[in-house]
Ligand binder design. Sequence first.
Ligand code: PMP
Length: 304
Amino acid sequence: MGTTYHRGEFVDDRDALLSIRSKALNYGLGCFAGIRAYWSEKESQLFVFRLRDHVERLVDSARILGLETPIGHDAIAEAIVELLRRNEARADHYVRPLLWVDSDELSPTLTDVPVSLSIYCLPLGKYFSGETIHACISSWRRVPDNAIPARAKPTAAYLNSALARADAKRSGYDEAILLTEDGAVSEGSAAHLFLVRRGELISPPSTADNLEGITRRSLIELARSAPFTWPFVERKVGRTELYTADEVFLCGTAAEVTPVARIDHRTIGTGRTGEWTQSIAARFREVARGGDAAWSRWRTPVYR
Ligand code: PMP
């Protein structure tokens, strides 16, 4: 059993409890973050990847929902690092901070309600088991930003992800790709999408009802930096462009860089991990794990 941060205190996992009447459970009233921490054997150090950016997005998510965070940005970041220390995390970990409406009253309200912060962590290796994945275009549409804020990470929006992923799994695929209501490519169930086509790296913008992604942003920055000279284009992407792409990959905190070998039974490119995908994945690993001092601003060490 480990330690969880719950309502301002570090407690035993078993004591991090809430009521069956909780609004957070009944209506999904809350928002969350998902953060990775990478263990570097060489430096005997655990590095939290882009901690400040994740906390910023959590605070932004709360702002979009109209919720106040119980503690400020720096205190949230400190609680995350302290939680990893208390759990003596010395392997790759995933951290889940959760801001939730801490009220057991009946109605689904976001006003005049107490908000609590809980944070738990767990060891996490690869998110997808295979080297490459087979994805389908989901019949579920991505929840529009004007219905449930897709730019943020509200708990309730994950029903959308879960429905799409469940259908994909039941039909034998590894993952779902969701389209917007108007049929443009949005994102995976919990990962962003990039394609390589005609010598360009392409990804749909956040206005296509997808999360403001931190891995996505990191890859764009890396793709624009040495040693790469790739043209990156952010634009609306059509479903059938994916079928004719040279490479497609998904990315996210959990998914990292995941090559997509097939979509709807069509082979993408050679059907193996493409060259661009391979090199950006390697670069990302190097930067996240601490192999490149030039990007140390993205890494927060846990142990002093
Ligand atoms: N889209 C959705 C819906 C997600 O839940 C996630 C995971 N946070 C992502 C994309 C990937 O975003 P990030 O790189 O910030 O983890």
